[in-house]
Design a protein around this ligand. Structure first.
Ligand SMILES: NC(=O)c1ccc[n+]([C@@H]2O[C@H](COP(=O)([O-])OP(=O)(O)OC[C@H]3O[C@@H](n4cnc5c(N)ncnc54)[C@H](O)[C@@H]3O)[C@@H](O)[C@H]2O)c1
Length: 308
């Protein structure tokens, strides 16, 4: 397996990024530079287990600040970069798309240009070892019918400002591979759950509301289908993808897709038991374009492969 060397993680104070940083510090010998702007979604508490490690460093910066990114690359000299900084909440993208365009598109562009300049300055063997890993979402594929899974060959069909901005960023990353030869890896994962999940997301929201005996906000009739991926399984899949993937690879990162839940409430041990009148069908016009069914498959990164 390719060694990751120094790893520059963007968005490492976020939900998945912090799990990635904890995993790299606790399970590898890599040095990690965590570049994060600390928006509302950033939480340094999630990093307290590794904050004192001599192999860990935090830089508060905006990925759109190209001078700050160039200085960080020049000083830290990453062999691997894992790009998780993003605006990530669909509902927020409907209320205010500008930040999504700025961070997800312009921010990714700034990182690609910074990485390209840095990578071009390296010697041949260092250039071969360098990887730019872009972490994206299965939402770029839109929705499935009742059958099937998202595959590498599934056409993009984003439906929200969030998924459109992520789809655009995937295209930029792959264009930097095809045009400039920058060694990139793209992974498109399904919904994650686990420690330090921001409370506005479905599973923590449902748990907290259930504990407070409040209504449980489920969109529509509650019959949307999603895959749920445990975040600590996901970060192991990401390590595998960036260590073993070939430049230009685009992979799905999933749990076992045959275990796709047809009701997200089951993932939290049915909190309906905890409340009197739990079901509140949310008739929210913002969710008119919500995807009824998303389920992904990938022969490399399904659970049996990466946990074997
Ligand atoms: N959470 C999921 O279920 C899920 C599913 C599929 C894909 N993804 C993707 O995985 C990645 C990480 O998701 P997450 O849930 O950890 O996100 P998150 O919202 O929890 O964290 C995002 C992090 O990025 C930082 N950030 C935002 N804008 C920035 C900027 N301009 N410069 C620097 N840092 C900035 C925030 O401060 C935060 O720490 C995202 O690209 C997201 O699209 C997430």
């Amino acid at each position: 397996m390719r060694s990751l060397g120094n790893v520059l993680v963007t968005g490492g104070a976020g939900f998945i990024g912090s799990a990635m940083v904890r995993y790299l510090i606790q399970q590898s010998q890599s040095k990690v530079l965590n570049v994060d702007k600390l928006t509302y979604a950033g939480n340094k508490e999630s990093l307290k287990a590794v904050a004192d490690s001599p192999r860990y460093e935090f830089l508060q910066a905006d990925i759109c600040d190209i001078a700050a990114m160039e200085a960080a690359f020049e000083r830290f000299k990453p062999q691997t970069m894992m790009h998780l900084a993003a605006e990530s909440h669909v509902d927020r993208s409907i209320d205010g798309p500008a930040a999504f365009i700025q961070t997800n598109l312009m921010g990714t562009y700034c990182l690609l240009e910074t990485a390209r300049k840095f990578w071009s300055s390296l010697g041949e063997s260092e250039r071969d070892s360098f990887r730019f890993h872009h972490i994206s979402t299965d939402e770029v594929y839109g929705s499935l019918g009742a059958e099937g899974y998202f595959l590498e060959t599934t056409p993009y069909d984003p439906r929200s400002p969030y998924s459109a901005s992520k789809a655009g960023s995937d295209h930029l990353v792959l264009a930097w591979f095809h045009t400039y030869g920058l060694p990139v890896i793209v992974t498109n994962c399904s919904n994650n759950y686990g420690p330090y999940h921001f409370p506005e997301k479905l599973i923590p929201l449902v748990i907290l509301n259930a504990l407070d005996r409040k209504e449980l906000p489920i969109y529509g009739k509650g019959d949307n289908v999603r895959d749920w991926l445990y975040v600590e399984d996901h970060v192991r899949a990401l390590e595998l993808a960036v260590a073993q993937g070939q430049p230009g690879d685009s992979r799905r990162a999933v749990d076992d897709p045959r275990r796709a839940v047809d009701d997200p409430r089951r993932a939290v041990d049915d909190p309906r038991r905890a409340v009197d009148d739990p079901r509140r069908a949310v008739d929210d016009p913002r969710r008119a374009a919500d995807d009824p069914r998303r389920a992904v498959d990938d022969p490399l990164l399904n659970k049996t492969a990466f946990l074997a």
